[in-house]
Design a protein around this ligand. Structure first.
Ligand SMILES: [Cu+2]
Length: 240
């Protein structure tokens, strides 16, 4: 061991590269994947299908679900924290968006995963994200404070045999949703996948029963409605 170490210090750059490869051999070769799933309670989400009921008893469907995830932080059982700066735009209809990749997350047991549904204040400024169609479609109007939509949860709901539109939109820094999941997660070199599941119904309960008739079916210009949705959002994700 000592000979290898001295060798590394004095030898050429080429030799150093070889030493470095040996050091990292015990870590996962493939990036850790977070696989996203979407349900209404225990059923896999199907788009444009009425017949889902939230805690308030509203009969609703989902036609679009698009949101940002960012500021991922993993803490292992020895207290080491691994932070990632990547911003992920997840359009649930786009299968390519449903796997998030994390390189250089060592194998081990983790006790906490924290992230945002939305963007921190440094990213939540108009034009702060790359100028893509997808990001531009998430823009929050400058007249309403600028930045980006953190989430668009859209669909329809039925009330007394009439159909209404539903657009649950969150934006503005104070409505960013912090997800903090404390549970033991074991990442092994051969098994480094985490299943992260969103239950849509959780947006409408815990701590507030959100009734689309009473609290509103368009949240964007309604700060009271957005505050409730934001608080309800803290437990929409579970790891299974
Ligand atoms: Cu909006």
């Amino acid at each position: 061991m000592r000979i290898i170490f001295i060798g590394c210090v004095i030898a050429s750059a080429l030799f150093q590269v070889r030493c470095k490869k040996t050091e990292t051999a015990s870590q996962p070769v493939t990036p850790t994947q977070i696989a996203l799933q979407f349900t209404v309670e225990n059923e896999i989400l199907k788009f444009d299908t009425l017949g889902y009921y939230n805690a308030a008893g509203n009969n609703y469907s989902i036609s679009n679900l698009i949101f940002y995830l960012s500021a991922f932080e993993f803490e292992n059982t020895t207290g080491q924290i691994y932070k990632f700066n990547d911003v992920y735009l997840v359009d649930v209809k786009n299968k390519n968006n449903l796997n998030l990749s994390f390189t250089d997350l060592p194998a081990g047991t983790y006790k906490r995963v924290t992230f945002l549904i939305g963007l921190d204040s440094l990213h939540n400024l108009s034009n702060a994200l790359p100028n893509t169609i997808e990001n531009n479609n998430m823009a929050w109007p400058p007249a309403m404070g600028g930045g980006y939509h953190f989430i668009k949860l859209e669909g329809k709901f039925m009330d007394q045999n009439q159909m209404f539109g539903m657009a649950i939109h969150l934006g503005r820094n104070q409505n960013c949703v912090v997800i903090n999941i404390t549970q033991n997660i074991s990442l092994k070199p051969e098994m480094n996948r985490i299943n992260l599941s969103m239950n849509i119904n959780e947006w409408f309960k815990n701590p507030h029963i959100y009734d689309l008739n009473i609290d509103g079916n368009f949240t964007m210009s309604d700060s009271a409605a957005m505050a409730k949705i934001k608080q309800n959002g803290s437990d929409v994700f579970t790891i299974n």
